[in-house]
Design a protein around this ligand. Structure first.
Ligand code: ADP
Ligand code: MG
Length: 248
């Protein structure tokens, strides 16, 4: 949680609106994230959490407003590649390549995008797999791993690109309960290393521990942004209070 409150934001969202047909999934959302900050996004299902973080790497296009990452406007065209090099994503469903070994799943991005040799990329991948606690699984295929191990591969793969911003969309919600802890532990370790993180989760205990700030969304809007202790003990909005009563 190396928040530098005075530094220029690394992610800026200004009046970002996203529609699916007539339906507005994001309504004029404003958000600044400081370098090194860990922002946890919570809120009911369908409130726009995934849409918000997907707009940061243009997995979702937005209709109005601006998203800027490290000074680069997130938009189609030549900026997109630059943005994707700065922003990593860890998905709920892992999204590993089934036909590649664990090691090569992690090495592939640096080979393709950073033009590393396979040898150099695999060496780096081994270090990352060790860092997330599965160094001994390197030669296996994803299907041979538990869900928790697969998600740790997903995290190592994102880290291999040395992103400045890491997005997590419910990284533990596809896991059996006994595997949630091991993945949260890895994420928690990362949270101290200076990588900026935006994380959507339903794990409220974890959110409280790891977040610098909590963003509460409902119906396509950010209803509240607060320090975790404040949010979980004394939320400002009635909506957040009702949400917490339902989930805690
Ligand atoms: P959350 O992640 O908070 O559950 P989402 O960002 O996934 O919410 O979705 C916000 C709203 O936008 C939901 O009502 C959802 O049904 C709608 N939505 C998301 N993706 C699409 C899509 N591709 N087409 C139509 N509606 C969508
Ligand atoms: Mg979602």
């Amino acid at each position: 949680m190396a928040t530098s409150a005075n530094a220029a934001p690394i992610v800026t969202m200004r009046a970002v609106t996203k529609r699916f047909g007539e339906f507005a999934a994001l309504k004029a959302v404003d958000l600044d994230v400081a370098p090194g900050e860990v922002v946890v996004i919570v809120g009911p299902s369908g409130s726009g959490k995934s849409t918000l973080i997907r707009c940061i790497n243009l997995l979702e296009t937005y209709d109005e407003g601006d998203v800027v990452v490290d000074g680069i406007r997130v938009e189609e065209g030549r900026n997109l590649r630059k943005v994707r090099e700065e922003v990593g994503m860890v998905f709920q469903a892992f999204n590993l390549f089934p036909n590649l070994t664990v090691l090569d799943n992690v090495a592939l991005g640096p080979v393709r995008v950073r033009k590393l040799s396979w040898e150099a990329a695999r060496q780096k991948a081994r270090g990352l797999l060790t860092r997330v606690g599965i160094g001994e699984q390197a030669e296996k295929y994803p299907v041979q791993l538990s869900g928790g191990q697969q998600q740790r591969v997903g995290i190592a793969r994102a880290l291999a690109m040395e992103p400045r911003v890491l997005l997590f969309d419910e990284p533990t919600s596809a896991l059996d309960p006994e595997m949630v802890g091991e993945v949260l532990d890895v994420i928690r370790t990362l949270a101290g290393t200076g990588t900026t993180m935006l994380l959507v989760t339903h794990e409220m205990g974890f959110a409280r521990k790891v977040a610098d700030r909590i963003v509460f969304m409902e119906a396509g809007e950010i209803k509240e942004i607060a320090a975790p202790d404040r949010f979980f003990t004394n939320p400002a909005s009635e909506r957040a209070r009702a949400f917490l009563d339902a989930v805690l």
